[in-house]
Design a protein around this ligand. Structure first.
Ligand SMILES: C[S@@+](CC[C@H](N)C(=O)[O-])C[C@H]1O[C@@H](n2cnc3c(N)ncnc32)[C@H](O)[C@@H]1O
Length: 275
């Protein structure tokens, strides 16, 4: 049984409120497929029945579950390789030079999905900057979907996933085969941790970062929510740190906070007033 237009409008509003993700009405059918399993588990007879449960506000955790189910988790190892080339050649050497005294590096994979970005960064650092083995290096991946946070934490990937972007040499060096899956080796896993965090709410539990990767998530947010997020990220960055966006993304509405330092395949920003 299909939802009415007003039910879909309610669901779109709920997702917007919970995760700031905008869902175009042309994608209403996605609610049917993504929410069917949650509706069944909740004991609803069909989707309209489930929407009635949501509207009645019980139980509240279902509201979050709806937003999580509607996220787009597309990602891959070394996604947009030119970005990683730039990190290796320019950004990381500079951050290392600046961090010599502290011997500490904090990287945030914001909207980390199933963890490939964070693990790619850990592999890149281990492969090209062996001197950092003596440093305190932490890559923190955060996401609003608990399902992908657990998946990332587990550090196990299917063949199809490792075949997307991970060079064979890196696969053999940094993963071990476990039956049909590949598991990230302890040395790389120990550099990464994954946590639940909603980018649209304050995140006091996170430290400040030298490098923030915020890729392929801004496109789901309204201009207002993007602005709020940039302010929050600004507060979470050390002076002289770098913010990296996805290929098709810009911080055009927050130029008072961030300035373009390098424009390659994507933009690399610095917080304004950082030195
Ligand atoms: C398309 S993936 C991008 C993953 C990775 N950054 C990349 O570029 O490959 C977008 C991710 O953003 C997450 N996301 C969406 N809205 C979010 C929010 N409000 N807070 C935190 N994560 C969010 C989704 O759960 C999803 O895993």
């Amino acid at each position: 049984m299909a939802c009415s237009d007003s039910d879909y409008a309610y669901l779109r509003g709920l997702v917007l409120e919970q995760s700031a993700n905008r869902i175009d009405p042309s994608r209403n059918a996605l609610f049917d497929t993504r929410l069917a399993p949650i509706a069944r588990l909740s004991g609803a007879a069909n989707l309209p029945d489930f929407v009635s449960m949501l509207k009645a506000g019980r139980p509240a955790h279902l509201h979050r579950a709806v937003a999580e189910a509607m996220t787009v988790n597309e990602t891959s190892f070394f996604r947009d390789i030119t970005t990683f080339d730039m990190l290796r050649e320019v950004i990381l050497p500079e951050l290392i030079e600046r961090g010599m005294a502290r011997r500490q590096l904090r990287i945030w994979s914001a909207a980390s999905s199933t963890g490939q970005e964070a693990y790619s960064l850990a592999m890149l650092i281990t492969e090209h900057f062996p001197e950092l083995a003596q440093w305190d290096v932490k890559i923190i991946g955060t996401d609003i979907s608990r399902h992908v946070v657990d998946y990332a934490q587990r550090g196990r990937y299917r063949r199809l996933e490792v075949n997307r972007g991970l060079p064979a040499r890196m696969l053999l060096k940094y993963m071990v085969r476990e039956g049909e899956e590949w598991e990230v080796v302890p040395r790389i896993r120990s550099m990464c941790e994954f946590r639940y965090a909603n980018l649209c709410t304050p995140m006091p539990q996170l430290p400040t970062f030298d490098l923030v990767m915020l890729r392929n998530v801004l496109l789901y947010f309204s201009q207002h929510d993007r602005r709020t997020l940039f302010s929050e990220i600004y507060r979470k960055m050390v002076p002289g740190g770098y913010l990296v966006l996805g290929n098709a993304e810009q911080a055009e509405d927050s130029t008072n906070l961030f300035e373009v330092e390098f424009a390659a395949n994507c933009y690399f920003y610095r917080p304004v007033n950082g030195s």
